[in-house]
Design a binder for this molecule. Structure first.
Ligand SMILES: [Zn+2]
Length: 676
């Protein structure tokens, strides 16, 4: 509510949405991370009501930022506040190599929403010494530091220094190694003072296997032990994260007042109710309403949604986006959606696990207007929600491809030498360049619109049976569905692809990525941990191995460099179909052992010799494997009566400035709380 005066933000640039061709996408790069910006095409042509609706939702999308930081690690807010204070008030030398190393670390921490890498989960390594950190803290404004009354800068240093510099202390955000206590060894802040066994027993006692519409147990709470008793601290108004949630509620309420339809209004009111009560039944009720509403021009997600960061796959991080429909591109996904039943009927999975009726596979292409929480700075490329299996089965799900984000990626990556280095030959490079945008877009659409929506569970299968392997297997299932159908002549019949070469181009790049290049994101000696990467590795290595007798895919060496060559695209398609059938069976039957074996045998390990080679080749290109975004600023324009008459977009290329601005305007949780 105190955020009305947002116009004070500095930006040298004028809104430049018409300047399509000379829009600069690149903003910043530091070690393995780069930052881009994205455009809001067509924003000016939206109605005033739609613009206001977007504006209020975008404030709600920014208001929960602190929550994610605290979920990622319970000292993150204290560390972030300290970093902000140093950048804004340190009076010492700001030109020294040490200070520059500190700024690199700060930018990486902001990018990861905490001190652990957003993707690899490993603690970020500062390029400066603890003594220098102490100098920075002592040289900064003491009344801005996050200390409790009576504590000094030195007290703060003694708490934070080991957290930042000791590699053995909280080394990983999410630990999913086989045979480890995933709860006790993960730095994420979903559990405190409890073991994995205790948590599993706690939720097992609550589960009711006869409930055909089970709530997502544990989704919005932290599990703690108080005086020997295990209990949940629920995220809600008046509860855990209450101050931030109250701000979200306030903005959602304003949005509700300018919503375009009664359906939107009702949906927002259920979401507000959920934030007030923390009641997971309300959350499901909201998701049903949200999934059914596929007509709105402006849409959003806002809540505790994805469970990738919980080693046990129950607790969700807070995330938000605001988006509006890209009418032109949505025609493509409409075609797919209209044929959803054809896809299901013709899919290579076992008939008994097919949906008799695929419902509500809504899909459209959207442009992002604001990213928040776990969608910022690194953004997803597509979204398929809600996650609850029973809602997906009974109501269906909503799928979107984020057009302006994907576009920014593609344009910023053209001509950087990556493809030329890793493609097997010039013909492959040509084909990718010709078909990349259409093949990628269609793959994402198929993955989101029909892939995730396909298939059903056998009667009585526990939806959580695949535990820590569920995410990787689910992504593999959706990817395989898309890969399998890319090569179907139906794609050309429907006018979705120009010819069969587009699918071949996609197969080339998928295998090249899964077998070779995606491991540039992994540090030497490490395994693959992230679900989407495990999925790609699993698929690529499985089809490579199964196709060996027929030489379907060849890995060959030229001048000491490894390349991938596909010799038989049709056989490869059949292999994709076979793996899809097996993974659907695993999901439908909840076959944990088979799922575990697939992921562990094909999705996790990295060949150290190949890894070294790929990293060396990649390093020579001087590229960053992770991409994040700065948001545009949305500013309301008021008339003399204080009424909003317009909302304008301002683009920025000041990444650090945006982080400090958010720190100043959207901090609702107490950064001193973690200090004992
Ligand atoms: Zn997916």
């Amino acid at each position: 509510m105190m955020l009305l005066n947002l116009i004070s933000c500095k930006s040298n640039e004028q809104p430049s949405a018409t300047a399509r061709d000379d829009f600069r996408y690149f903003v910043d790069q530091f070690e393995d991370m780069r930052v881009l910006r994205y455009r809001l095409p067509g924003f000016e042509s939206l109605s005033l009501q739609q613009k206001k609706y977007i504006y209020y939702l975008s404030q709600a999308a920014l208001a929960g930022r602190d929550i994610l930081w605290d979920q990622n690690f319970r000292y993150n807010l204290t560390i972030r506040k300290t970093i902000e204070t140093i950048i804004e008030t340190y009076t010492g030398d700001k030109e020294s190599p040490d200070y520059k190393a500190f700024l690199v670390y700060a930018r990486r921490v902001f990018f990861a929403n905490g001190i652990h890498h957003h993707y690899s989960s490993d603690k970020l390594k500062p390029g400066f010494k603890p003594e220098y950190f102490a100098t920075l803290v002592r040289g900064s404004s003491p009344d801005r530091l996050p200390v409790k009354p009576g504590q000094s800068a030195d007290d703060l240093i003694s708490v934070l220094s080991p957290l930042i510099f000791d590699e053995k202390l909280f080394p990983r955000k999410v630990e999913q190694g086989a045979g480890r206590d995933m709860v006790a060894e993960s730095a994420t802040n979903f559990y405190e003072g409890v073991t994995q066994k205790e948590v599993e027993a706690f939720y097992a006692a609550k589960a009711d296997s006869s409930d055909s519409r089970p709530v997502s147990a544990g989704l919005n709470s932290k599990v703690v032990k108080i005086n020997g008793t295990i209990t949940e601290e629920v995220y809600k108004s008046g509860g855990k994260y209450g101050a931030a949630i109250d701000s979200i509620i306030c903005w959602l309420d304003k949005a509700s007042a300018v919503a375009e339809t009664e359906i939107q209004k009702r949906e927002l009111q259920i979401l507000i109710d959920y934030y007030r009560t923390g009641d997971l039944k309300k959350w499901d009720e909201y998701n049903v309403a949200w999934a059914q509403n596929s007509e709105s021009m402006v849409d959003y997600i806002n809540g505790f949604i994805e469970n990738y960061e919980d080693p046990l796959g129950m607790k969700a991080t807070w995330e938000a986006i605001v988006d509006y429909t890209d009418l032109e591109a949505s025609r493509r996904t409409k075609t797919i959606t209209a044929n959803a039943q054809w896809f299901e009927d013709n899919s290579p999975i076992m008939p008994k696990y097919k949906k008799e009726k695929v419902t509500g596979v809504a899909a459209k292409v959207i442009n992002i207007a604001m990213l928040g929480g776990d969608c910022y700075p690194p953004s997803p490329l597509g979204i398929n929600l809600p996650n609850a299996d029973w809602i997906r089965k009974e109501i269906g799900s909503k799928s979107v491809t984020l057009a302006n984000i994907t576009n920014a990626y593609d344009i910023a990556s053209q001509g950087n030498g990556f493809l030329e280095e890793f493609a097997a030959d010039a013909a492959e490079v040509e084909r990718i360049k010709k078909y990349e945008s259409i093949a990628d877009a269609l793959h994402t659409d198929l993955h989101e619109c029909v892939g995730h929506a396909s298939g059903k569970l056998a009667e009585g299968t526990d939806p959580n049976a695949l535990k820590n392997y569920a995410s990787a297997l689910e992504e593999a299932r959706a990817d395989l569905f898309a890969l399998y159908f890319m090569m179907d002549k139906k794609m050309i019949e429907l006018g979705l692809l120009p010819d069969g070469q587009a699918a071949e181009a996609l197969y080339d790049s998928y295998l090249r990525n899964g077998l070779l290049t995606q491991i540039v994101r992994i540090r030497p000696g490490k395994n693959i941990e992230e679900a989407h990467m495990r999925n790609r590795s699993l698929i690529a290595h499985w089809v490579y191995e199964k196709g060996k007798p027929d030489n379907v895919i060849e890995l060959f060496n030229r001048d000491g460099k490894t390349y991938v060559k596909i010799h038989d695209y049709s056989k490869l398609r059949i292999l994709f179909g076979e793996l899809l059938e097996e993974i659907q069976r695993i999901k439908s039957e909840g076959d944990f052992e088979a799922g575990k074996n697939l992921v562990e045998n094909y999705g996790v390990k990295v060949d150290p010799k190949l890894h070294t080679e790929i990293l060396e080749r990649y390093a020579k290109l001087k590229l960053a494997p992770y991409t994040g975004f700065v948001n545009p600023y949305l500013f309301p324009v008021y008339d003399s009566n204080g009424t909003i008459t317009d909302v304008v977009v301002e683009y920025t290329d000041d990444y650090l400035g945006q982080m400090l601005y958010y720190g100043k305007n959207y901090s609702f949780l107490n950064p001193q709380e973690s200090l004992k």
